[in-house]
Design a protein. Structure first.
Ligand code: DLL
Length: 433
């Protein structure tokens, strides 16, 4: 099966745009009527629902941020009475209160539909055995993928995150063909497979659907080569719906963002100005079908770009490029912006380097210092000191020319950087401590 819903996924642009404007108008009308916060913000901006006559008019609407969700904690932005809300999720966040999101029955049905689209797009079918190793619970990854995979009719193993040896056992014994988890977690699973002496040829895995954290093209190549599978990117965030906002297809050239449910824009994060297609900036998303928690121009903090170029898979929905990183994950070293994904792309081109790394930022006197800790392979680690020093220098040169800042490289012994069973932590910023 090529599409889950061929009519909606291949809808001509004109029809999609007509649907989008109608649904946008409905959403704006609803939030203005039912959510005092939105009404206040719109009044302050001098805009009313009648002012939204075309898709371009969206830029008259004020942005919504994570802070707005926090200020209205927990349910202040819900647009329906709690009797209509049948599920609540939340995203942990590193500081302050979590972000709380709610779903009506219709929201959950729609989410499962979008996840079914996503899974089919990323090589899943009703014959697949899907091992879902995203965490079940308040995190949207577990249950979000779960209901989509059941809808597709695949055999779902709700293994959730953690207990890596058991994950590998299940994979082997139950004949898992599709794994869903974070890209960092599949690499950890691979390590455990190796420790147990299990080769890719011993298992039936064919595809993996990875997301919830940024990962580079080089990381994709690493995962595909090691596990001998197709690795697809899936994007989403709790505030918008959870996983399934956008997903790759067999072309693996950007993620189709489901435009019949979401309107995406890219803005300059400093000025808030809307940027043309192709430009990189912060992704802003408006939901146009959500009932419980509609989001108007939500600033995701994720950096990406959008394209309307037709895709060979036949889906007409616009594509977003792989997310480079979050603006709040970016570290500014002496004025230069550095993303963990940039470091990752460089590291993974160097032989003897493992895909486990950490950026440690510190301030010595008044100067920022960036240390990149990187694990080396067992073979390299047992080499002579001189060879290790050479490798250190080579990594340093490559990083410095790619990033444009001076870097200290610390080679770490195999297995010494913390493994993640969910979202990996890539940055430790000691300047804020
Ligand atoms: O991570 C939802 C999800 C679950 C997506 C499973 C994909 C798979 P949150 O916990 O709210 O929701 O975190 C959302 O994670 O704003 C991005 O910064 C990051 N993120 C999610 N998917 C990707 C991706 C889930 N494919 C935040 N590439 C988002 C890069 C991603 N970053």
């Amino acid at each position: 099966m090529k599409y889950w819903d061929s009519y909606l996924e291949t809808m001509p642009r004109q029809d999609l745009d007509r649907l989008k404007i109608r649904r946008l108008q409905e959403t704006v009308y609803r939030v203005y009527t039912f959510v005092p916060y939105y009404r206040k913000k719109m009044e302050e901006a001098g805009v009313a629902p009648v002012d939204i006559q075309s898709l371009e008019d969206i830029n008259k609407l004020p942005f919504t941020t994570k802070q707005d969700l926090r200020d209205n904690y927990p349910f202040g932005l819900f647009a329906v009475p709690m009797t209509e809300v049948i599920r609540i999720h939340s995203s942990s966040g590193t500081t302050g209160k979590p972000t709380v999101v709610g779903y009506t029955k219709k929201d959950l049905d729609q989410w499962a539909e979008l996840m079914a689209r996503a899974l089919i797009s990323a090589g899943t079918s009703r014959r697949s055995v899907v091992q879902n190793a995203y965490g079940y619970g308040l995190f949207t990854g577990g249950l979000g993928i779960h209901y989509g995979a059941e809808k597709v009719g695949a055999s779902v193993i709700p293994s959730s995150g953690g207990n890596t040896r058991r994950q590998v056992m299940l994979m082997q014994d139950f004949g898992t063909t599709v794994i869903t988890c974070t890209p960092s977690y599949i690499l950890y699973m691979y390590e455990v497979m190796q420790q147990l002496g299990i080769q890719p040829a011993d298992i039936k895995l064919k595809a993996g659907i990875f997301g919830a954290e940024p990962w580079s093209e080089t990381m994709r190549a690493e995962i595909e080569n090691k596990l001998q599978i197709d690795a697809y990117d899936i994007y989403g965030l709790s505030e918008i719906i959870g996983p399934g906002v956008a997903v790759e297809c067999s072309e693996k050239q950007g993620l189709h963002l489901w435009e019949d449910h979401f309107i995406a824009e890219v803005i300059d994060p400093e000025s808030g100005e809307v940027l043309p297609y192709g430009s990189s900036g912060e992704l802003v998303i408006t939901t146009i079908t959500k009932e419980a928690l509609p989001m108007v121009r939500y600033r995701t903090r994720d950096l990406s770009s959008l394209t309307l170029e037709p895709c060979a898979c036949g889906r007409t929905h616009m594509r977003m490029n792989k997310v480079v990183g979050r603006s709040d994950d970016m570290v500014i070293i002496r004025g230069v912006n550095v993303f963990p994904s940039m470091v990752e792309s460089v590291l993974l081109t160097i032989d003897g380097v493992e895909p486990h790394y950490l950026l440690v930022v510190d301030r010595v006197g008044t100067l920022d210092e960036l240390e990149v800790q990187v694990e080396v392979s067992e073979e390299v680690f047992s080499d002579e000191i001189r060879k290790l020093e050479e490798l250190n220098q080579r990594i340093r040169n490559k990083l410095e020319s790619a990033l444009g800042v001076s870097v200290r490289v610390r080679l770490k012994e195999p297995g010494s950087i913390e493994r993640s069973e969910g979202k990996a932590r890539r940055v430790v910023d000691r300047r804020r401590l």
